[in-house]
Design a protein around this ligand. Structure first.
Ligand code: PGA
Length: 543
């Protein structure tokens, strides 16, 4: 059998409630000789042109080889254990565990390492003492050239992939990301190494002569990956899969798969990694709820969080975030349906220290949050209070800091009524003015989904008088055209622009039908159950 009709077999397997059995499991001729007896759970053994698959049991702690106490420790007496999975040219994949302790790691790394934390807590320090903490579920990238120290605070266990490559002067700072709080896109990209989160919807995908080597860790969903000879494996949460450069085969996604992967090599359209969410002109919609300085009592928070439960069915099609008031962020951050992001309404642009009244990006990151909102008109001098307005230049400084720290940003802009009354050209000139300082930042940004522009006409905010869909579309298109002319076409096509200002369940469906409206930033209506209808409207409109 040359190609398995995996979807049909899957349907049969499900109907009979049978565990999946690949129809033909053949060890390829290039299978390495040293396959241990207990590897029988690896359905297909990898090598050149073949996929390698490991279920979580392959990396179970009792399967790792204990290397004994580390010789170089300066704190505790950690013992580490490893198990390799596969080596494909300059890419290798395996697992590592280590008990509590710490040690210096002074030699600059010769490879870039990506790992997903299965259990435990740890940290790496840079030479200057900057500490990067990570815990179960986090994805960590330690770039080539990193040196510093390791500390294991709680017995850790991880699945890793390394790419050994030449020094190309890239940043050596670690990057930490929490995939459950990230939308699809790159966590890290430098040279020929990209670490990314992707979601693939149900359906088949043929891959011919894969241009990259890719190692995949499946976070959720179910798919079947089939070699050219028809041998197939079922991949579900916790599985590790490695696909070598040159691989030909197919994926059959049974239920939406979310994964973290490291892709090594020059990508072409035949690469198996799904294209970013904006490929082919399609941008993934995004809706945010801005609670501003509400509610008055912490006891009302649970009810407000529950209003968002209704968005769950749309989270595979639409990003959703909530901006609670600063005092409430930590109280609610674990009280939403998983997949909903919590984004503080502001941040500072330096680390921690003597900044009374501020919240640092570092603190936001430490809470495990992936997004932050800045530049709301109410902070740009439209409070109606005698507080100093935050400038465009300050916004650019904040944005750069946010992105450098690995967070994503909702960047608000919009004109007051006096400018709207002068007409669309005056409106676009004002928007351009608010965007000019971030042009170099947008130009350099490799994953354009990390910055979302929220266009919010000040006169529409909280007034019940939303912009008409035509007005909103005209302005969004004008902003996109300005970005095409002043940043570049790719950024203009990929960047998401939300509309804000009295958006509600009534006007969302029509606004959603316009091509340059990619979502909403919702104030008042985000305090009500109708937020779910707003998300539904855009998720369904942009399918
Ligand atoms: P509104 O607020 O939906 O209540 O008009 C929007 C915002 O300020 O973000």
């Amino acid at each position: 059998m040359h190609t398995i009709a995996a979807a049909a077999l899957l349907a049969t397997a499900h109907a009979l409630q049978l565990p999946w059995k690949p129809a033909a499991v053949a060890a390829p001729p290039s299978a390495p000789a040293a396959i241990a007896a207990d590897d029988h759970r690896r359905a297909v053994i990898g090598g050149h042109n073949w996929l390698t698959h490991a279920p979580p049991s392959y990396f179970a702690r009792d399967k790792l080889t204990v290397k004994g106490p580390r010789a170089n420790t300066d704190v505790g007496a950690p013992v580490d254990a490893t198990r390799p999975l596969v080596k494909l040219g300059d890419v290798a994949v395996g697992s590592w565990s280590c008990s509590e302790g710490g040690w210096l790691s002074p030699a600059p790394r010769t490879s870039t390492e990506w790992f997903i934390m299965l259990e435990g807590e740890g940290s790496v320090d840079e030479e200057d003492g900057t500490r990067h903490r990570f815990a179960a579920g986090d994805v960590v990238v330690l770039p080539r050239g990193w040196s510093g120290r390791w500390d294991v605070q709680k017995d850790l266990h991880k699945v890793w992939a390394v790419h050994t490559h030449a020094d190309d002067g890239r940043s050596t700072s670690p990057v930490i990301a929490t995939p459950s709080q990230m939308s699809d896109g790159d966590i890290y990209k430098a040279g020929d190494t990209a670490v990314r989160v992707w979601t693939r919807q149900p359906g088949p995908v043929e891959v011919r002569d894969k241009a990259t080597t890719e190692s995949i860790y499946v976070l959720s969903g179910e798919m079947f990956v089939t070699n050219q000879d028809g041998s197939a494996v079922r991949c579900v949460a916790g599985d590790t899969v490695a696909l070598p450069r040159g691989w030909t085969g197919r994926y059959d996604v049974a239920s939406a798969v979310k994964a973290v992967s490291v892709v090594v090599g020059k990508e072409t359209t035949s690469a198996a990694a799904p294209a970013p969410s904006h490929a082919g002109g399609k941008r993934r919609p995004i809706v945010g709820g801005n609670w501003k300085c509400n509610p008055a009592t912490a006891s009302s928070l649970d009810e407000l969080c529950r209003n968002f439960d209704g968005v769950a069915p749309y989270l595979d099609k639409c990003d959703v975030y909530v901006c609670p008031s600063n005092l409430h962020v930590a109280l609610v951050k674990d009280n939403f349906t998983p997949g909903i992001h919590v984004a503080p309404q502001n941040c500072n642009f330096k680390g921690c220290g003597a900044y009374t009244g501020e919240m640092s990006v570092d603190q936001i990151q430490d809470l495990g949050l992936g997004w932050v909102l800045i530049g709301h008109s109410e902070r740009r001098g439209e409070f109606g209070l005698p507080t100093p307005a935050e400038s465009n230049q300050l916004m650019a400084t904040k944005l750069q800091y946010i992105l450098d720290q690995g967070l994503n940003c909702v960047f608000c802009i919009g004109e007051p009524l006096s400018i709207r009354q002068k007409g669309i050209q005056a409106v676009l000139a004002e928007c351009a003015d608010q965007l000019t300082d971030i042009v170099p930042i947008l130009r350099q940004l490799s994953d354009k989904s990390r910055v979302v522009i929220a266009y919010e006409p000040v006169w529409a905010i909280g007034t019940g008088e939303a912009a008409t869909p035509e007005q909103a579309q005209e302005t969004h298109k004008g902003i996109r055209d300005w970005i095409a002319a002043n940043v570049d076409r790719a950024t203009a096509d990929a960047i998401r622009i939300q509309y804000g200002g009295s958006a509600n369940a009534g006007n969302a469906p029509e606004l959603s039908s316009f091509p340059d409206i990619d979502g909403f930033l919702v104030g008042g209506a985000s305090l009500k159950p109708e937020i779910a209808d707003i998300v539904k409207a855009i998720a369904e409109a942009k399918v």
